[in-house]
Ligand binder design. Structure first.
Ligand code: NDP
Length: 254
């Protein structure tokens, strides 16, 4: 028996068309799962779905805005309509607004919270009845080092990612009875379009990341694939409510 086998499993990865989400989507596909790529840009979704199909699994590209409740529900219903089930939900879609807290507008604050935290809740809420009826499921929420630490330019982002960890624990407690495991991954500094914009906006960031990360490098999206496969598979059947750093040691170093 292969504990990490995902054949016959169906996964949705929000924000699966870029960066960390695409790295995770490829990892799940390599383990045998059918993968739905869900994001706002249809052409990027299609391109990513094609890349994932190279692993000889079924794929689909779905347009979703996770900050919109109807859109989250439609994504889940569409997935179940096409594939007949939903086993794995990766709540990865995320965004940030980098500025000092006193300069935030409420609209900017809400955009970050709506996408990163409310979106994860709405997708989990929509997925729950299908996972329950299917006999179980796996929900993987993407947190951040900002789930643990703060930064002057990231008040809304840190609030959303701290919330992700606490929501993960609460959903894990609620849905353990349904054989649904809910866990979070806390990535360190990973080279993606999101952090490429951070490198432009935050002076000295590259040097600070390299100095603080014991592994001495930025992570790559594929560094997240292994832990995602673990949390999506039978190997993690008794793991729930956990928040696992994948950070090259960043959060272990003072
Ligand atoms: P990217 O900016 O590269 O990718 C973000 C993804 O989210 C895109 O696929 C984007 O697709 C999607 N997305 C954004 N807003 C929405 C929305 N409203 N509805 C649906 N999809 C949306 O970011 P990363 O890959 O770096 O980040 C992925 C996750 O990992 C985020 O949650 C981020 O906070 C987290 N993270 C990243 C770290 C890093 O170092 N890179 C570190 C820690 C956490 P589209 O634009 O087509 O909608």
């Amino acid at each position: 028996m292969n504990l990490f086998d995902l054949n016959a499993r169906v996964a949705v990865v929000t924000g699966g068309n870029a960066g960390i989400g695409l790295g995770i989507a490829k990892g799940l596909a390599a383990a045998g799962a059918a993968v739905v790529i869900a994001g706002r840009r249809p052409e990027r979704n299609l391109e990513a779905a094609r890349a994932v199909a190279a692993f000889k699994v079924s794929t689909a590209a779905l347009e979703v805005d996770v900050s919109n409740e109807a859109s989250c529900r439609a994504m889940v219903e569409n997935t179940v309509g096409r594939f007949g089930r939903l086993d794995i939900l990766v709540n990865n879609a995320g965004t940030t607004v980098r500025k000092q807290p006193e300069t935030y507008t409420l609209a900017e604050w809400n955009k970050v919270i709506d996408t990163n935290l409310n979106g994860a809740f709405l997708c989990a809420h929509a997925a729950y009845p299908h996972m329950k009826n299917g006999g179980g499921g796996k929900i993987i929420n993407i947190g951040s080092m900002m789930s643990i630490f703060g930064a002057s330019y990231a008040a809304a982002y840190a609030a959303s990612k701290g919330g992700i960890v606490q929501m993960t624990k609460a959903l894990a407690c609620a849905w353990a009875k349904d054989n649904i495991q809910v866990n979070a991954i806390l990535p360190g500094w990973i080279d993606t379009p999101l952090t490429q914009s951070a490198l432009r906006e935050v002076p000295g960031l590259n040097e600070r990341v390299l100095a603080r990360t014991p592994a001495g490098r930025w992570g790559e999206p594929k560094d997240l694939a292994g832990v995602a496969v673990f949390l999506a598979s039978g190997a993690s059947g008794f793991v729930t409510g956990a928040a696992i750093p994948v950070d090259g040691g960043y959060s272990s170093q003072v």
